[in-house]
Ligand binder design. Structure first.
Ligand code: COS
Length: 384
């Protein structure tokens, strides 16, 4: 439990921040969402707005310039995702790339990077996945070899969100291939380090406003003091990061679902068929009630997971997986139902629900597929 004074302080902060975010979303994000999707454009203007309004710092510890609240952070991501999942991802990825430093950084590393990440002066990214190791993350091939005061990294990472617009990228690489997961180490790379190269740009079904790239590490040489933790600790750092970043993706999914439900409900009240608004048709009322039940249940799980992160609970692995699984599935189901409720119009790009349905799909895949979440949950209950 948080101390009562801290709780009161955070409740007040939450009110202020969410009012600001709702206004920003209404005035600046929502009007741009369709265009961002159609052009596949990274919304730098929206990134700047988030930075100006201190939104990146919300989950960062107070001593590094943040607010220190995961609960408010997930609510911010949710609000933005109601209108634009790509914009919400800018905030979520900033947390993802900063988490390894929060979790395993030395004091010097934390002081150097976290305050600038909290303000958005430095943007981050996270490179774990490789062409042949996605779910089986420990099976990576990228290597890091110590050479005097440096490490030299070689390998290819794929599907790296926002690396093309990042200053920093947390890279996981094998320092000892023989040791499996215990041979993985984590490094703070800068995207302008020698040998750090952007590979091909991926073309995606949704979240088109976030650039996704391959990263080629071609004798990428970095100072040895950019190792996070000790050699061999990288896999645990990666997993602990995902425990706390999965709620961010869950929040994105929840926001998409709520946005799609809100739009469909307004449409049903407006659209007349068979002599009355569609909202008077019992079959459609029942669909809406089920969609709402899904959204509200997902929200309860997510907020509980975020509270666990805030309290430093020892079961964040379990709650992170639970909320990601639920919110991702709800995002997909509710957005698909929203398309159905709009009929032919739902399928047209003139209306936002087809975009929401395309954007929802990734929340069932990235940050660990829904199948991986089930493995994580089952292992917490049954043991490995
Ligand atoms: N926190 C701390 N340590 C963890 C951990 C966690 N959440 N999860 C695993 N570990 C530890 C284990 O305890 C084990 O250490 P010990 O041998 O000292 O006990 C070590 O890490 C290896 O774990 P495990 O044997 O469970 O590894 P597996 O290869 O079986 O993989 C899964 C586990 C499948 C859960 C993992 O590979 C995973 O999450 N994959 C999905 C990756 C992913 O989400 N990718 C998305 C792209 S990144 S945006």
């Amino acid at each position: 439990m948080l101390a009562p004074e801290r709780n009161a302080e955070l409740l007040e902060a939450e009110q202020l921040i969410l009012d600001t975010v709702r206004k920003l979303v209404r005035d600046k994000v929502a009007p741009r969402a369709a265009e961002i999707d159609a052009k596949g454009e990274y919304p730098k203007d929206i990134r700047d707005l988030f930075a100006q309004n201190d939104l990146f710092g919300v989950p960062f510890p107070e001593e590094y310039g943040g607010l220190g609240s995961f609960l408010i952070y997930v609510k911010v991501v949710e609000e933005v995702a109601k209108a634009c999942a790509s914009s919400a991802l800018i905030i979520a990825v900033q947390e993802l790339g900063a988490l390894p430093i929060m979790i395993a950084g030395t004091d010097a590393q934390k002081k150097k990077y976290l305050p600038k990440m909290a303000t958005g002066e430095l943007m981050t990214s996270y490179a774990l996945t490789e062409p042949t190791s996605g779910s089986d993350a420990a099976n990576m091939r990228t290597t890091a070899v110590r050479d005097g005061d440096s490490y030299v990294l070689n390998g290819t990472k794929v599907f790296i969100t926002n690396v093309a617009v990042a200053d920093v990228c947390i890279v996981f690489a094998m320092t000892n291939k023989e040791l499996g997961p215990k041979g993985v180490s984590a490094f703070i790379c800068h995207t302008d380090d020698p040998g750090f190269k952007l590979g091909k740009v991926e073309h995606k079904m949704g979240i088109k406003g976030s650039p996704t790239n391959e990263v080629v590490l071609d004798n990428c040489r970095i100072p040895a003091d950019r190792l996070l933790g000790s050699e061999g600790e990288g896999f645990k750092i990666a997993m602990k990061t995902l425990d706390k970043s999965r709620p961010g993706v869950a929040a994105q999914g929840l926001g998409i679902a709520q946005g799609a439900l809100d739009f469909a409900a307004a449409y049903l009240k407006d659209r007349v068929a068979f002599g009355k608004p569609l909202s008077k048709q019992q079959g459609l009322q029942w669909m809406v009630a089920d969609m709402d039940l899904d959204v509200q249940s997902a929200r309860l799980l997510l907020y509980e997971a975020a509270r666990k992160c805030d309290e430093g609970a020892d079961d964040v692995t379990y709650w992170g997986a639970l909320c990601k699984l639920k919110c991702g599935d709800v995002a997909m189901k509710v957005s698909t139902d929203a398309v159905q409720l709009l009929g032919g119009y739902g399928y047209m790009t003139e209306y936002p629900v087809e975009r929401m349905m395309r954007d929802a799909k990734i929340t069932q895949i990235y940050e660990g597929t829904q199948q991986i979440q089930r493995i994580v949950i089952a292992r917490q209950i049954l043991g490995k």
